[in-house]
Structures are given as structure tokens and as C-alpha cells.
Design a protein around this ligand. Structure first.
Ligand SMILES: [Zn+2]
Length: 338
């Protein structure tokens, strides 16, 4: 992405082009995808995956202020109601979403969403909610961050990783995660156990770390204040790589748990990882069977209500350190700034 887009975005903002464009468009439903809202004092000491931090608290406040001023924040279910009934959406409709169910969604994002009266939908991987176990992808990053330097051979994942400085550990984590995300659930579990057996004693035990996910009391409190919850499966696998039986379990069990714990209908789904390879016709058919009304991908773009594929809704990812002019430009000129 880099500096050129940020420079162009800054120039467009200074020249008034972004603001002029905001008065007329863009049309359609914009959905923003966040993960974590967190201040990082020193990223080089942060063991979990810093890529999952979408914004600092101050930056998130600034983004919400921009949305309140220039856009029309809408709850995702309300947007789906309008789309299903063929009703027009307000101009510049934007829905905010969070994936996974990280604790900071409650401690950092929720107070600001409440204060600014912006609706949001949080997609939960239900196995982790109320558990002390870290999300498996965070545990992988943490283990590689804390591992001794040198070559690390992982036969079950069939990779060899070189660990030295922080950058090499981040790169190793990216590489291993991309392998693990593609494995069937039982093979991924075995590969994670292998990693834990090799490296677990170099890091704090998983269950000794502070909770990293939401608990159900926090979910229910947010529900009472208008936050909506959807499914991000039970264990966060790549669905296209799982057996039909496993996909059905991941989609039905997570939905049932959220319904039981919140009383909400929980009929929205966000595919884990969400790139094109992570869902297919089979996954979509099972999602429909399980009663979902829409599913969100992690593919950049804005949704045209008249023809959007409701089981592959696009989202604009909000990434850490995104400069504010670039945030504005990515929303205002979708497809140009990606
Ligand atoms: Zn996720």
C-alpha cells in the first residue's frame, strides 16, 4: 500500500476533493472490518500479532467522528432489512464490524461506540468467548515471538522457520499462519500441539495469560446497548478446507450459542480469514441451511444493494497506522485506494 497512496490521499484531502466527493457519493453499503482497538506503546515488545490491531483508541475516535460527520452509520441487520425489501439505503451508509471477539472490543471500542452512538456488529468465534485460551492464531504468534533463535522445523505443518530478530519472527508467524489456516481442522490441531510441545515452555502458559477474548457478560452488556453479534464460527477454521460435517458444526453450533447467550437471532456470519479461497458454493449452501441471512467476506469493496451477493459481502479493512487522509480516501474512493 505504502506511501504513495497516503501522499495522494493527503493531497486530495488538502485540495478539498475528498470532501467534495463525499457530498455526492459513494453509493451502496460500505462495511468496515476491524479487529482490535489497542494502544501499543512499544510494538517490538508485543508478542501477539500486531497486524490485528486496526487502530489506536485515539485513531478509532477520530474515525468514528469522521463517520458521524460525513456518513450514515447503520446497523448491519437494519441495512440487510432494507436490502432484502428493496428499500433504498441512506446515502453513504456505513456499517462497522469487528471480527473474532477480542476483549478490547469491550474495553476500548464499546465506550466510544456508545458515546458517539454508532452501531456495530461483532463476529464471535464462540469457543474463545469466556475462555482463558488465547485465539489460536495469537498463540502461534506468541510462541514464535518467545522461541529461542535458530531454525525451527515443524514436521506436521511441513515448514522450517528461521527465527532471529522481531521482524523474522513476524514473518515466520505470517508464513506458519498461512499454512495452518489452510489445513483441515484435525491436522491443524495436531500441528498446533506439535508447536506447543516444542515451544510452550519458552512462553507463559496459554491459560496463565490475561484473557484476550470477550466473556459472555460483556457480550450481554453490549447487547443491551445495541451492539449486534454474529457468528465467526466456533474455532475459526478456513471453512472451505473442512468436511461438510465440520462446516455444519461450525456454523450451526456458533449460531446456537450466540442465540442462547444473547437472545439475538444471530443470523449474520463473517467467514474466518474471508478471502476468496476460504468459502465456496458448498459453504454458502450450508450457511443458508443453518439460517444465516448474509455472510461477510474480507475482500475489499463497496456493496451495491441492487446486485450484491449477500453471501459474499465485501468489506473495507481498517489497518493499523492507516493515516487519517488515507482512511477517508479509502472510504470515499473505493476501488482506487485499496
Ligand atoms: Zn477472524
Amino acid at each position: 500500500m505504502g506511501g504513495k497512496q497516503a501522499m495522494l490521499a493527503r493531497w486530495l484531502e488538502r485540495a478539498g476533493v475528498t470532501r467534495a466527493r463525499l457530498r455526492s457519493g459513494p453509493r451502496g453499503l460500505t462495511i468496515l472490518a476491524y479487529h482490535r482497538i489497542q494502544d501499543l506503546a512499544d510494538e517490538s515488545r508485543f508478542a501477539a500479532d500486531p497486524e490485528l490491531i486496526s487502530a489506536s483508541v485515539a485513531e478509532f475516535r477520530r474515525q468514528l467522528s469522521f463517520l458521524r460527520e460525513h456518513w450514515n452509520p447503520i446497523g448491519l441487520s437494519n441495512a440487510m432489512d432494507a436490502i432484502e425489501r428493496g428499500r433504498a439505503l441512506p446515502p453513504r451508509s456505513v456499517a462497522i464490524t469487528f471480527d473474532d471477539g477480542h476483549l478490547d472490543n469491550y474495553t476500548h471500542a464499546f465506550p466510544l461506540l456508545r458515546e458517539m452512538n454508532v452501531p456495530a456488529t461483532i463476529f464471535l468465534s464462540t469457543l474463545y468467548i469466556g475462555s482463558r485460551d488465547p485465539f489460536w492464531f495469537d498463540r502461534v504468534s506468541t510462541l514464535l515471538f518467545c522461541a529461542p533463535a535458530g531454525l525451527l522445523r515443524l514436521p506436521l505443518a511441513d515448514v522450517t522457520l528461521q527465527l532471529s530478530d522481531v521482524a523474522s519472527r513476524r514473518a515466520a508467524s505470517d508464513r506458519l499462519l498461512s499454512v495452518l489456516k489452510r489445513l483441515a481442522d484435525d491436522r491443524r490441531r495436531d500441528a498446533l500441539q506439535e508447536l506447543e510441545a516444542l515451544l510452550g515452555h519458552h512462553a507463559a502458559p496459554a491459560d496463565a495469560a490475561p484473557a484476550s477474548a470477550l466473556n459472555w457478560d460483556q457480550v450481554r452488556e453490549m447487547t443491551r446497548h445495541g451492539i449486534e453479534f454474529g457468528s465467526h464460527t466456533v474455532t475459526h477454521p478456513v471453512l472451505s478446507m473442512q468436511t461438510e460435517e465440520r462446516v455444519r458444526f461450525e456454523l450451526s453450533q456458533s449460531r446456537e450459542t450466540i442465540r442462547r447467550e444473547t437472545g439475538q437471532s444471530a443470523d449474520l456470519l463473517a467467514y474466518p480469514v474471508g478471502k476468496t479461497y476460504t468459502f465456496n458454493d458448498r459453504v454458502v449452501a450450508i450457511a443458508k441451511e443453518c439460517g444465516y441471512r448474509a455472510a461477510l467476506a474480507y475482500i475489499d469493496g463497496v456493496n451495491d444493494p441492487s446486485c450484491a451477493d449477500r453471501f459474499a459481502l465485501k468489506r473495507i479493512a481498517v489497518e493499523r497506522y492507516i493515516p487519517h487522509p488515507l482512511f477517508m480516501a479509502r472510504m470515499t474512493f473505493p476501488g482506487i485506494f485499496v
